[in-house]
Write a protein that binds this ligand. Sequence first.
Ligand code: HEM
Length: 489
Amino acid sequence: MELTTDVTNLWSEGDLNKFRRMTLIWGATVLLLLPILASLGYFMRMFQSNFFPHMRPEWFYAVLTLHSLGMVGTWFVGGMAGVSYLLTQYTHPSLAISKLNYWGTLVGVLLLVACTLGGLFGTGWYFLFPLPLYSQGVWQPWATVTFFVALAVLGLCWTIWTLDLLRAIAQRYSLKAALGLNYLLGKPGPDVPPLVLISTVSLIVSFAGFVAAVIVIVLFGVDALGYAIDPLLMKNLTFFFGHILVNITMYLGVAMVYELLPSYAGRPWKTNRVVAIAWDAVLFLILFAFFHHLYMDFAQPRWVQTFGQICSYFLAVPAGVVSIFGCLALVYASKMKWTLASVLFFLGIMGWGVGGIAAVIDSTVEVNFHFHNTLWVPAHFHTYYLMGVVLIILGFIDHLGLEVSKLQESPPRTKAIITLLLLGGYGFLSMFYWAGAHSIPRRYAVYPNELAQGTLYARVAFGFITVLLCGILLYLWETGKRCIKAFSA
Ligand code: HEM
């Protein structure tokens, strides 16, 4: 089967330059947000360490809401911007839509800052029904309205972005080909780079997630008008959306690694039958794995819980195992060029593995019975976020900055950055895991006397976060220089 467009005709040099500059702007924005949002996490661990005994706990929850939504959103757009740029080698995503998303995302972020820091809106990142509508006077109705307007703006922009990337892929490959159906059926067809396959799977799934989010927002409105809404339906829809958004962000990062790591290893990493089966299976399994968030909801039908556990287990095999072993096989005995970017890619994939194992443990009903709503939960998703996709996106930004600026990298500073990020990151996470395994609940602003260990773990974590922040600042210094030079090139 022929491809629908010749790749050499896709871009003029000038247009490609503009797209690269837009990607650098996205990268710089992500780099700016990282220390701000990480400092909010630092603040929360200080709060839990009892460093601010006179501050109202409402501040903790407002900061929790901003930190969590800010982080989830930042790495999603970081992943989308990176994948869009890499897709320019094969397809023609719209620059105008990337710009629209940039401004839309900024508006959404400002609205979120206003309702959380200005209005103390503090439902946490998944604003579980009906909490936003019952503030008990902690926040005012304007803060709730502002929050939903922010979600609507972000949701609309990101849906348009998702559809545009799918449009670009379909124009060149057709969606069937992009999903690697010819590999599955053993039929002749175009070569589909893993980047295209994984992006297609991720974008289709994110579209489904955004549709669920729209339904949730509309149902909130219906409830506000006085019509009763089923809370279990709302919880299912909310977790369907939330689980998908988090997983898709990771997959966007993985897609970038499939595309870029081979250039450092000097070997190809191509789509084959196993890779196609793995990622197409994700398309199905991810739609049902979210049920593991509702194990403690006794009203949920039992078969749903069983099916949720089976899908959660199987979800780890196709994407996780195939990609982690693929990554190890790519690097093993190769003439690997280890740079800041390639080390971050490699560590990011391994961090995904570590967080994934902790997630699978928690998705086992029997274990979840003990770990549900303990700090084990933030432990596992912070692992595959912070030590997974965040490292990959930081690697991508450095890769791009270095490629365009042609600056030399300093090996001692690279080693220092990696050491600080690993020590600080895993040290900080180990306190979440340790506390979770000792039944310390999540989302407590301060721990009561019965849970005094929680305060101690928070203090230890505070020390590790200090190390992590030093690593982040050194990274920003190094990569920031490259990005500034790249931007003016
Ligand atoms: C950079 C270092 C980070 C620090 C110091 C940090 C710290 C924290 C802390 C202390 C909490 C509250 C945990 C609790 O007691 O329940 C939290 C929650 C959260 N963080 Fe982070 N975090 C960091 C990075 C990230 C990243 C990269 C993400 C990625 C999206 C993220 C997403 C979240 C989310 C979604 C929550 C809400 C958890 C919940 O609702 O239980 N954080 N973070």
